[in-house]
Design a protein. Structure first.
Length: 102
C-alpha cells in the first residue's frame, strides 16, 4: 500500500510521515499547521515549513511576524516582506519614530 501525500501548506505536499519528521526539527513545530496559507504568504524561509518562517496572510499575523523577526537570521528580510504586503504598518512605524525624535 503506497503512502499518500499530506498537504502541509497551500500547494505543498509531502509524503505521509514526513510531516511529523518536519515537526520534530528545531523551530519547525508548526510545520503543516497553516495548510490554507499560500507559500507566498510567509515571511522568512521559503515554503513556510522551515525555521523562523512567519505566516503573514492577515494583519494580526503580520504584526506578530514583525514582533518576532529578531529571532530570524535575516530579520530585515522579514520586515521588508511584511511592509511590502502591508504598507500601512510601515507608515505607522515611521510616524511613531518621528514622534519619538521630536
Amino acid at each position: 500500500m503506497a503512502k499518500k501525500d499530506v498537504t502541509v501548506a497551500k500547494g505543498v505536499k509531502v509524503s505521509r510521515g514526513k510531516e511529523e519528521e518536519m515537526r520534530s526539527k528545531k523551530g519547525s513545530s508548526n510545520a503543516g499547521k497553516y495548510k490554507t496559507v499560500s507559500p507566498k504568504d510567509f515571511a522568512g524561509a521559503a515554503g513556510g515549513s522551515s525555521k523562523y518562517s512567519f505566516p503573514i496572510n492577515t494583519m494580526a499575523r503580520a504584526r506578530n511576524a514583525l514582533a518576532r523577526a529578531h529571532f530570524a537570521e535575516n530579520p530585515e528580510g522579514i520586515r521588508e516582506k511584511v511592509y511590502r504586503k502591508y504598507p500601512g504598518l510601515k507608515k505607522k512605524k515611521q510616524e511613531r519614530e518621528h514622534v519619538m525624535i521630536r
